[in-house]
Design a binder for this molecule. Sequence first.
Ligand SMILES: CC(C)(COP(=O)(O)OP(=O)(O)OC[C@H]1O[C@@H](n2cnc3c(N)ncnc32)[C@H](O)[C@@H]1OP(=O)(O)O)[C@@H](O)C(=O)NCCC(=O)NCCS
Length: 157
Amino acid sequence: MEDHYTNCAKQRPNQRRLQRRQHPRAPPYYNDIVIGAVCCRIDTSENQLRLYIMTLGCLQPYRRLGIGTVMLQHVLRICDKDANFDNVFLHVQINNDGAIRFYEKFGFEIVEEKQNYYKRIEPADAYVLQKSFRVTNNNNQPASEETTSNNTDMMES
Ligand SMILES: CC(C)(COP(=O)(O)OP(=O)(O)OC[C@H]1O[C@@H](n2cnc3c(N)ncnc32)[C@H](O)[C@@H]1OP(=O)(O)O)[C@@H](O)C(=O)NCCC(=O)NCCS
């Protein structure tokens, strides 16, 4: 992570006073506790170059403080710098309304519903959330040079 969170003396997380300092590859910390993590891998399914978000999460007491945003912006910045990714995607449980709202805020859309995707949790169905960087035709070939969105604009939203 590019951003390393650290707290100031007597500050509480719900006071939205987490401070950022530059720290390459450091996960978000609060009082020396890792409070969030994100893990991605490159995926070449559907004849596309895709970044798959395997997991992105923040400990419950530290949610709605912008930490998920920092982690997702980090992922999107990678896509922006590489400029070859067609899209970034992930799976989310269909009842995970908070996460769906979170990703939608950054331009992700539900593109598929997968029945019985999860083996050990209920509901077992998942949505595929995706943010596309290129317009593709039905054969997943680039339809034009035009991108569907500008990552930098999105990151500032
Ligand atoms: C989804 C998750 C990562 C969001 O992290 P976060 O640090 O709470 O997110 P942020 O504080 O950056 O939220 C940014 C915006 O997303 C939206 N958002 C985030 N959580 C939301 C929720 N539960 N309900 C509605 N909107 C939500 C809001 O618009 C929020 O802005 P606001 O707080 O100013 O209203 C976090 O809830 C989490 O760890 N969930 C469990 C793991 C998970 O479900 N991961 C998704 C699958 S990979």
